[in-house]
Design a protein around this ligand. Structure first.
Ligand SMILES: [Zn+2]
Length: 689
């Protein structure tokens, strides 16, 4: 999946519901707009056929609810994982595919939505042409790299390559200024390695060594494919250089520390930090405007990069940049490039055995590149005003439940409660799709895939750069409507729910409230909860980094968080690998808070309503079943190992069981007793919000 230019998923960036990139930028078919009407007969919305009655609810609720599905489901050979999220994402790819075909078949005017979408997709599907071209389309870039003579030119080149998403050690992002969230600022973020995390370069165990060997083989192969002499030797040098970069990088947990990653520097200070890496040249090549500051996220990384930059020869940097360029475009070139990319990134790293069908890769690329252009068509067909209305009502109920929940906290002073309420009252929410659609004003040709992608990247870079120093556009979305996900944006204090997540098992217009509160209700609560997780709690209601906590309360909040860190750190999917409790803390706080508040909102909604037993389950039981259904998922071993290192979300089963084991109403609904595996004595259950 392509990353967006200048909008890296950075630590102060958005908090997503799910971290798996596979479900990003896709959409759905299962629920057409017509069927999104409240039915007259209430159904439970529970998939009882997925239950495994041989596993007791009190011992492992995740497997009790999803066990039969887990036992009988094979992960598709072209996927690294499968389950609720992935199925929806896959369905929605099919829906988007239908929209694209329609666009392609229409006699579209040049410059119209249909022409852009149809021709972009066609340029990816022109397999024979791409195979004939080989790496011809990126030759101009490779020549530019080859022509560099000195560090000044190299600095300018890195700036220029950034315009096309090509990875260089200086990562950039344009997002609201953490100390003045009404204005956009340019952030610097550590970057520059081809494997998923610094750990892959530095760990000494056997598995890591094997992965490095496979990576080295891929780098070698890609250099050979572009006709580089001494490819093997150069690949070795590139791996060594990336290892040096990895060494000076901060680990992921440290990059979550808000107090450490906000470091404004003047352009002069910043230029000095970078040593021989000539910032004015870099900035000029990227056409950056005059700025009075940049915000540096990892100052020590960049200071050491400044030293490293001139220790490495210009020619080694050239080899490194050639490789980064081929790597970025591999999926857009002839088959040998795409295959080499697949072999390492999908097969070796994530255990996927078969490359995804070309149409689906084309759909995802189109959907990622022309996101809202595709989104416009998507919501016309697959989203109803009725769904938006019901969702809005749910969001309001959840916010009200959060308000009551904060008031009822027994560990927080009134002073801090009041400040928390103030933040809560300033939450904004977005449902379905943007009020204002983004434009994609660049040329798209049916026979120029790499050109299309480069023009798209340049257009997006220019758009982002034009926002630096300008007021924040509150209407802008960071996800497309066809994405099966949701997010909280701490710098805007907003929660966002794209159209594509608003379908079963998350959101079921035809089902009774219980599963909806357990599903999408807990999702809404989770996103609200990010406003009050270990990171979010450091931002105020206007999106500014500001401490609104009474000191003693903050200490208690941290102690409670530490208990979650310990709990999740003890979850071991493999004998030799456990969940990183510190890395996943924000998500785990979000999950626990989301469950708590969704339950409260559901209880409020039940007041004065008749209590119904459906499918043999009480309303409370159905709520928890709805919650556990959402996390139905299977992940390949290799992919799960990768996520334990890189994903700030806990694996699905712990997201379900880990929250429930702390939540007393769950104990009551399923009569948990001492000795049950999910049982914890009341004083050990973590309660935060
Ligand atoms: Zn989240």
């Amino acid at each position: 999946m392509k990353k967006t230019t200048l909008a890296l998923a950075i630590g102060v960036g958005i908090a997503m519901l799910s971290g798996c990139s596979q479900q990003l930028n896709s959409s759905n078919t299962t629920q057409s707009a017509q069927s999104l009407a409240v039915a007259n007969t209430v159904q439970s919305g529970i998939d009882t056929e997925n239950f495994d009655q041989s596993v007791r609810a009190q011992d492992d609720f995740f497997r009790h609810v999803n066990g039969k599905w887990l036992n009988s489901t094979d992960i598709p050979s072209d996927k690294s994982a499968w389950g609720s999220f992935y199925k929806l994402a896959d369905d929605s790819d099919k829906a988007v595919n239908a929209l694209i075909q329609e666009a392609k078949d229409s006699a579209a005017q040049p410059g119209s939505s249909a022409q852009k979408i149809g021709d972009f997709y066609a340029s990816f599907m022109a397999e024979q042409q791409l195979n004939e071209l080989g790496y011809e389309p990126i030759k101009p870039l490779l020549e530019k790299i080859a022509n560099v003579k000195n560090y000044q030119q190299l600095s300018a080149l890195m700036g220029e390559l950034s315009r096309y998403n090509i990875q260089v050690p200086v990562g950039l992002a344009v997002i609201p200024d953490g100390k003045d969230a009404t204005t956009n600022a340019l952030y610097m973020w550590q970057s520059g390695i081809g494997m998923p995390d610094r750990d892959y370069y530095l760990k000494e165990d056997e598995k890591s060594a094997e992965l490095r060997a496979a990576y080295l083989a891929m780098v070698t192969e890609k250099l050979q494919l572009i006709g580089e002499p001494q490819a093997k030797k150069k690949a070795q040098t590139i791996l060594e250089l990336e290892t040096k970069i990895a060494k000076i990088m901060w680990d992921r947990t440290k990059t979550r520390e808000i107090s450490l990653i906000y470091n404004p520097q003047t352009p002069q200070q910043w230029d000095k930090t970078l040593g021989q890496l000539d910032w004015p040249k870099f900035a000029q090549a990227l056409a950056l405007p005059q700025m009075d500051k940049v915000i540096v996220s990892q100052p020590s990384f960049f200071a050491e990069l400044g030293t490293l930059f001139s220790q490495v020869s210009v020619s080694d940097w050239q080899d490194y940049l050639k490789y980064q360029t081929v790597n970025e475009f591999s999926n857009l070139l002839s088959e040998p490039f795409a295959k080499s990319h697949f072999e390492f990134y999908s097969k070796t790293l994530r255990g996927v055995t078969e490359q995804q069908a070309r149409w689906q890769r084309g759909v995802r690329l189109t959907s990622g590149t022309l996101g809202e252009e595709v989104g416009k068509l998507y919501v016309e067909k697959h989203f109803s005003p009725a769904a938006k209305d019901r969702m809005e009502e749910l969001v309001k109920n959840l916010i009200e439940a959060y308000r009551i929940s904060i008031n009822d906290l027994d560990w927080m002073s009134d002073e801090t409660k009041q400040a928390a309420q103030e933040k809560l009252s300033k939450f904004r929410y977005k449902i379905g799709y943007p009020n204002k659609w983004r434009e994609y004003n660049f040329e798209i040709k049916a026979d120029d895939l790499v050109g299309n992608v480069m023009r798209a990247a340049e257009f997006e870079s220019t758009r982002q750069i034009s926002m630096i120093g300008k007021p924040v556009d509150k209407e802008q979305w960071e996800m497309t409507p066809q994405t099966v996900n949701a997010y909280y944006h701490p710098l805007k204090n907003e929660i966002v729910f794209p159209a594509a997540i608003l379908q079963p098992p998350f959101f079921n217009m035809e089902a009774d409230d219980a599963v909806n509160y357990g599903g999408i209700g807990a999702v809404i609560g989770h996103e609200l909860g990010h406003g009050f997780d270990d990171q979010g709690a450091q931002f105020d209601g206007d999106g500014n980094i500001r401490n609104w906590w009474h000191e003693a309360d903050l200490a208690k909040f941290k102690t409670r968080g530490d208990a979650l860190v310990e709990q999740y750190g003890n979850y071991k999917p493999f004998d030799d690998a456990h969940v990183n409790g510190r890395l996943t803390l924000g998500e785990n706080i979000g999950d626990l808070g989301g469950l708590t508040v969704a339950y409260k909102a559901y209880q409020l909604s039940l007041k004065d309503k008749p209590r119904q037993v459906l499918d043999g389950y009480t309303p409370e039981q159905r709520f928890f079943i709805g919650f556990a259904q959402v996390w139905r998922a299977k992940v390949r071993e290799a992919a799960l190992r990768e996520r334990l290192v890189t994903d700030n979300h806990s694996p699905a089963e712990y997201r379900a069981n880990g929250s429930l084991t702390n939540f007393t109403p769950f104990y009551e609904a399923f009569a948990l007793k001492e000795g049950d595996k999910l049982y914890k004595p009341e004083n050990e259950r973590v309660k935060i919000w």
